[in-house]
Design a protein. Structure first.
Length: 383
């Protein structure tokens, strides 16, 4: 009987070898699942099919490395802490031949969202006259209309207020040859921020990493830029949502700069979802489509639409030497930004787009401002 069972086992093993012969390995995250609400100590598990020896497997949660394994089983135990929210899980397996496999998963939300504060709509505004910034304007100089109806401006944040900046830099594999020059331009850009301005630096490829958060120290910001390295694909829409979500919810001057050189192929977020989140943000957004990315029609369209809806601008340089001048323009505009706030007279709890128009009572000026908002669009996931 024992001999018969051994023969059967050998037969099954041989059949398995034949079944998987020539099949390229695949990997997926089996725990948690997209339906899991992560709470308390959590097992992160991945499987490789067919079973294949791995050189190393890295487990990331929300862009942070939490485990590195060199053999199966591919199981990592992780504690999320007391806050219950959605998490981005990413597993990267490297094999003996140098090839890599990656899988991504977002765990389930709690089911509630922070809504746009319709009692305080913030409108960033840039005012110029023949290309020169107009400074020193007061609240009474402006008029704001929502869907054609005049609104009462409750406050004005002047161009002298500190800036909250979020800068998201594409560090996908296609950036390898130009990343050093881009990093030098980013350092130059950050060096021009004023005393008291805060900068958050994100690096993104097929996930998003926080390199520095609301950092006011110049040296610390430069060290964070130095940490950026190039690898992976591009998840622009995921990075866009992360960037606008990290802008302060306080009243004040805000800006988001998104720099990318490639078409999005790895986002878990759809393009239209990212667009709605941008439209619900009260930060002025600037986009830079670099190099070959400047020629991709959908990328250009996304970056232009993002920027235009917030009152910002889109740039499409072909060479790194153009970046210094572009970053100079962006930092100059952010340094001359006004922020108006008003409580809308339309109290309906609907999700219809509301158009915003800003005018000056006197003078022939050029005005660029936030175009509108979605009153009940979630701006930040629970947590």
């Amino acid at each position: 009987m024992r001999r018969m069972w051994l023969q059967m086992a050998c037969g099954w093993a041989a059949a398995s070898v034949l079944l998987f012969a020539g099949q390229a390995p695949t990997m997926r995250i089996t725990s948690p699942t997209s339906d899991t609400i992560v709470n308390g100590r959590t097992k992160i598990e991945a499987t490789v099919t067919p079973p294949t020896d791995v050189r190393s497997v890295n487990f990331y949660v929300d862009g942070h490395l939490v485990c590195t394994l060199e053999k199966t089983p591919l199981v990592c135990n992780w504690d999320p802490g007391p806050v219950i929210r959605s998490h981005h899980f990413r597993v990267v397996a490297t094999f003996a031949d140098g090839n890599r496999l990656t899988d991504n998963l977002h765990s389930r939300e709690l089911g509630y969202h922070e809504q746009v504060r319709t009692d305080a709509i913030l409108v960033p505004v840039i005012v110029t006259h023949h290309g020169q910034f107009v400074r020193g304007l007061q609240k009474q100089d402006f008029e704001v209309f929502e869907d054609g109806v005049a609104q009462s401006i409750s406050a004005l944040v002047s161009e002298d207020a500190p800036l909250d900046l979020v800068l998201a830099i594409d560090i996908s594999g296609s950036m390898e040859s130009s990343l050093d020059e881009v990093k030098a331009a980013v350092k130059q850009f950050l060096s021009k921020l004023r005393h008291g301005d805060a900068a958050t630096l994100l690096g993104f490829n097929d996930t998003t990493f926080v390199a520095a958060e609301r950092e006011k120290d110049r040296q610390a910001r430069e060290q964070a830029v130095d940490l950026l390295t190039s690898w992976g694909g591009t998840a622009l829409y995921d990075a866009t949502i992360r960037a606008v979500d990290m802008v302060s919810r306080e009243t004040g001057r805000k800006g988001v700069v998104i720099f990318s050189d490639g078409e999005d192929r790895h986002s878990l977020t759809r393009r239209d979802v990212a667009m709605r989140r941008v439209q619900s943000s009260d930060a002025m957004l600037y986009t830079v489509g670099f190099g070959s990315g400047a020629t991709v029609p959908q990328l250009r369209s996304s970056l232009e639409t993002y920027a235009r809806s917030t009152g910002g601008r889109a740039f499409f340089p072909r060479q790194t030497k153009e970046l210094d001048a572009i970053f100079d323009q962006i930092v100059a505009e952010l340094a001359n930004q006004y922020v108006l706030s008003y409580s809308p007279t339309n109290l309906k709890h609907d999700s219809k787009w509301r158009e915003i128009r800003v005018k000056l009572r006197k003078g022939d000026y050029e005005i660029r401002a936030r175009k509108g908002y979605l009153p009940n669009e979630p701006t930040r996931t629970g947590g």
